[in-house]
Design a protein around this ligand. Structure first.
Ligand code: EPZ
Length: 422
């Protein structure tokens, strides 16, 4: 297992190229189950989760390969219907094979994804939505077993306790493309990754209206064909590099980004003292004021502040002037990073779903444990500003979602290296 060793205290400066969005390309790759034709997906990042999705497709009998940043789904039918535990247990996004398999093969057996370090992650909305389309669904031997004679269009309401669901919307939308008649998804997730998936499905011949709104109308068609698509830039990687500029008092130009997808963070960073200039595809971040101001942050479904940026902004606010309050409204238990940030000298108290962050003058390097993907990124940010050496253990989480992060940081002037754990 690898660890990352960061020596903090250097202002990051220069340019960084943003990679394609992990959370877009995973469902898009799963959507290729819906056709027998070849598909070409460009701007696919090299990540462990992408490799896992390739393994799932292979388990289903679909040949696919990655060449650089291009994923090629070869021509040929999906031959099997089982997404096995060994693969699904390593990545929850495997659940997005369920909808396309059911629509295409009328049958699917996908391992139940189970719990997760960021808190309970139920799949009731996925099951409810697919049942509305006429699927018969049971849980047997740890697998979700779904069957249908023919999916039929229906009105589906996809709101849960914590609002809309990104992957439930993706699953139901994919299934509805081959259902008989019209499906209307109410309270659909509006995240850019859902919009990107809808755009890919339309290129495959699907009939979808209402992209990026809470009401999606999908008219089922008989078959979908192959398509080529460019995945949108990763808004969470974008946000992480924006915060890297701010926390190190640096000056970074992000290229190949999409500022309109990360407006909630841009707005927050303006409020707390960053100077942010955008064009359609670049973001230039510098610190405007010497000190970062404290602020309140509440995570919400898009276009609100993303839960996937909560841990990273906590690192920044841990060295801000004053007391900040961060409220997590999507995953109320997504706070494992607090204890690790406190090991580095942060002063953060958890009160229910609220983290109370008292800004400290500085952090000091320590041995810390990465618990999940975004928490790992938060620890890297903290390490960049801390005095001395920070060793981030179990860094494999980071490799699931950030493409060549240390290479990108080194080019910006960070002192960071990967070492094998003894
Ligand atoms: C997606 O997960 C992302 N993953 C997550 O990113 C992200 O944190 C999340 O959306 C929220 O934005 C991928 O796209 C692969 P949800 P998803 O269903 O779709 C509740 C990362 O770090 N819920 O939108 O699984 C759920 O518990 C990952 O890249 C139900 O109650 O999340 C949560 O409170 C982590 N029932 C809320 O909805 C359900 O059936 C939103 O979750 C499904 C979800």
């Amino acid at each position: 297992m690898d660890k990352l060793v960061v020596e903090g205290g250097r202002a990051l400066k220069g340019e960084v190229m943003i990679s394609g969005a992990k959370n877009s390309c995973l469902p898009i790759m799963a959507a290729s189950i819906l056709t027998d034709d070849a598909c070409v997906i460009n701007n696919v990042p090299s990540l462990r989760d992408v490799d896992t999705m390739v393994k799932i497709l292979m388990a289903l009998g679909i040949n696919g390969r990655k060449e650089g940043s291009v994923f090629i789904r070869e021509k040929g039918p999906c031959r099997h219907v089982v997404a096995p535990y060994e693969i699904v247990s390593t990545m929850r996004a495997s659940i997005c094979a369920l909808g396309p398999l059911l629509a295409k093969k009328k049958e699917a057996k996908v391992s139940f994804p189970g719990g997760c370090i960021i808190g309970p992650r139920p799949i009731d909305l996925h099951i409810k939505g697919l049942k509305c389309l006429g699927a018969d669904i049971k849980v047997e031997g740890g697998y979700i077993v779904a069957r249908t004679k023919q999916l039929k269009g229906a009105d589906v309401f996809l709101g849960g306790h914590f609002g809309s669901s990104v992957l439930a919307t993706a699953n139901v939308m994919m299934a509805a493309t081959l259902a008989k008649g019209e499906t209307v998804i109410h309270n659909a997730a509006c995240e850019p990754e859902v919009e990107d998936l809808a755009n890919f499905l339309v290129k495959m011949g699907a009939s979808i209206e209402g992209q990026a709104t809470p009401t999606l109308r999908i008219k089922g068609v008989r078959a979908l064909h192959g398509a080529e698509h460019n995945v949108i830039p990763d808004r969470i990687e974008t946000g992480t590099f924006m915060l890297a500029a701010s926390i190190t008092d640096g000056d970074i130009l992000l290229k190949g980004a999409m500022p309109r997808h990360i407006m909630a963070l841009i707005d927050k960073m303006n409020e707390l003292g960053s100077d942010i200039r955008t064009t359609e595809s670049t973001i230039h971040v510098r610190r405007r004021k010497r000190n970062i101001k404290a602020c309140t942050v509440t995570t919400l479904p898009y276009p609100g502040f993303p839960t996937d940026m909560q841990a990273q902004i906590m690192s920044l606010l841990s060295v801000a002037d004053g007391i900040s309050v961060i409220t997590e409204k999507i995953y109320p238990e997504r706070f494992i990073h607090i204890s690790e940030l406190n090991r580095m000298g942060a002063d953060i108290l958890l009160e229910g779903p609220n983290a109370i962050v008292k800004g400290v003058r500085s952090l000091s390097g320590a041995d810390v444990m990465a618990s999940d993907l975004r928490a790992s990124a938060a620890l890297v940010l903290a390490g960049l500003v801390a005095r001395g050496k920070t060793s981030i253990h179990r860094v494999y989480h980071l490799d699931r979602g950030y493409e060549r992060i240390e290479e990108k940081l080194i080019r910006l002037g960070a002192r960071i290296r990967r070492e094998k754990e003894k």
